[in-house]
Write a protein that binds this ligand. Structure first.
Ligand SMILES: Cc1ncc(C[n+]2csc(CCOP(=O)(O)OP(=O)(O)O)c2C)c(N)n1
Ligand code: SF4
Ligand SMILES: [Mg+2]
Length: 298
C-alpha cells in the first residue's frame, strides 16, 4: 500500500463520554457532545440548562460524562457559566474550560438575554448551542430555531411554522465576540479542530452545532449523519467561523449545492409541504447563500 492510501485517524482517541447515556437512537446531540469533548479534553466543566441533555447525562449520581456538570435553570446557562468561571478563578483554577451547553430553546429564546449579557461583557466562557430546531425534551414544541414549513406539536400540519428561523449567528456576530463558529457532526474533523482553536482564545466563544433529532423530525436514526451532511451541501446550514464579528471564513466549501428537496424528503416533519412551499424554501436558501457568499467568499 502506498503511503498516500493509508487511513489515518485524525480525531483524538480519548473518549470522555460513556456509552451508557439516555439519548434516543441516532440522536445528533449525543454525537455532538462526544465530538466536542474530544476537542475540549478532561479539564472541562459544563453548565446544562433544562434540555434533552439534562436527561441524556443520566440520573444523579450517575453520569455518562467524565467531566463536571452543573445543572442550572433553563434561562441561566450563560449566567451560570459566567459565575462558575469566576468562582473557579477565585480558587486559583484558571485552566478549566467552562462551557454552557444548551439547546436551541435555551439559546435562541429563553436564555438569549443571559447569553447577550455574557457576550457583551466578554465573559471567558464557551457557549455551545446544539440545535435540534424545537423544544424536544418537553414534546416537540416550536422554537424560534424551528425552520419555515416544519411540523411540530404546536405548529400542526394545517398551521405549520410560517416564519423563518431566527438568525442566531448574525445576532452573535453583532456582539463582536472574539470567536464564533457553526459546525455539523457530519464533519467531525472540522468540529474538533475548531473546538481546540476556541480553547486557546480568551473571552466569549460561541458554537452553533446542527443536531438532528429523529424523534422530533420523524427521520430515521440511521439518516442522522446523512442529514447533517445534506444540510451543509444544500446550503441550508453553512459551516463557517468568524472573529470579532468579521473575517468570516467558510470552512466547508460546497461547489455545487444540492436541491433542498433532497434534505426535506428524509424528514416526516416536512412531508405535508407542496411543491410551491418547497420552492419557497429553495428561494430563501439561495438568497441566504448569496448573502453569505458576499461576506465569507463562498
Ligand atoms: C423556566 C422553565 N420553563 C420551562 C421549562 C420546561 N422545559 C424543560 S426542557 C424544555 C425544552 C428545552 O428545549 P431546548 O432548549 O431546545 O432543548 P432540547 O429539549 O430540544 O434538547 C422545556 C420547555 C423549564 N424547565 N423551565
Ligand atoms: S428527543 Fe431528540 S434531541 Fe432529545 S434525546 Fe431524543 S433524539 Fe436526542
Ligand atoms: Mg431543541
Amino acid at each position: 500500500m502506498s503511503k498516500d492510501n493509508k487511513m489515518r485517524l485524525t480525531l483524538p482517541t480519548e473518549e470522555l463520554m460513556g456509552p451508557g447515556h439516555l439519548a434516543c437512537q441516532g440522536c445528533g446531540a449525543a454525537v455532538a457532545m462526544r465530538l466536542v469533548l474530544k476537542g475540549l479534553g478532561p479539564k472541562t466543566a459544563f453548565c446544562f440548562p433544562a434540555c434533552c441533555w439534562s436527561v441524556i447525562d443520566g440520573p444523579f449520581p450517575h453520569s455518562a460524562l467524565e467531566v463536571s456538570v452543573f445543572h442550572c435553570a433553563f434561562e441561566t446557562a450563560a449566567a451560570s457559566a459566567s459565575g462558575l468561571k469566576a468562582g473557579l478563578e477565585m480558587t486559583g483554577d484558571t485552566e478549566t474550560t467552562v462551557v454552557a451547553w444548551a439547546g436551541d430553546g435555551g439559546t435562541f429564546d429563553i436564555g438569549l438575554q443571559a447569553l447577550s449579557g455574557a457576550a457583551e461583557r466578554n465573559e471567558d466562557i464557551i457557549y455551545m448551542c446544539y440545535d435540534n430546531e424545537a423544544y424536544m425534551n418537553t414534546g416537540i414544541q416550536r422554537s424560534s430555531a424551528t425552520p419555515y414549513g416544519a411540523w411540530t406539536t404546536t405548529t400542526p400540519v394545517k398551521h405549520f411554522k410560517n416564519r423563518p428561523k431566527k438568525d442566531i449567528d448574525a445576532i452573535m456576530a453583532a456582539h463582536r465576540i472574539p470567536y464564533q463558529a457553526t459546525a455539523s457532526i457530519a464533519y467531525p474533523e472540522d468540529l474538533v479542530k475548531k473546538v481546540k482553536k476556541a480553547k486557546t482564545i480568551q473571552g466569549t466563544r460561541f458554537f452553533h452545532i446542527y443536531a438532528p433529532c429523529p424523534a422530533g423530525w420523524k427521520s430515521r436514526p440511521e439518516d442522522t449523519i446523512k442529514l447533517s451532511r445534506l444540510v451543509v451541501q444544500t446550503g441550508i446550514f453553512p459551516i463557517f467561523e468568524m472573529e470579532n464579528g468579521e473575517n468570516c471564513v467558510l470552512n466547508i466549501k460546497v461547489k455545487e449545492r444540492k436541491p433542498v428537496k433532497d434534505y426535506l424528503r428524509l424528514q416526516g416533519r416536512f412531508r405535508h409541504l407542496t411543491d410551491e412551499e418547497i420552492q419557497h424554501i429553495q428561494d430563501d436558501t439561495d438568497a441566504h447563500w448569496a448573502r453569505l457568499a458576499k461576506t465569507c467568499g463562498a
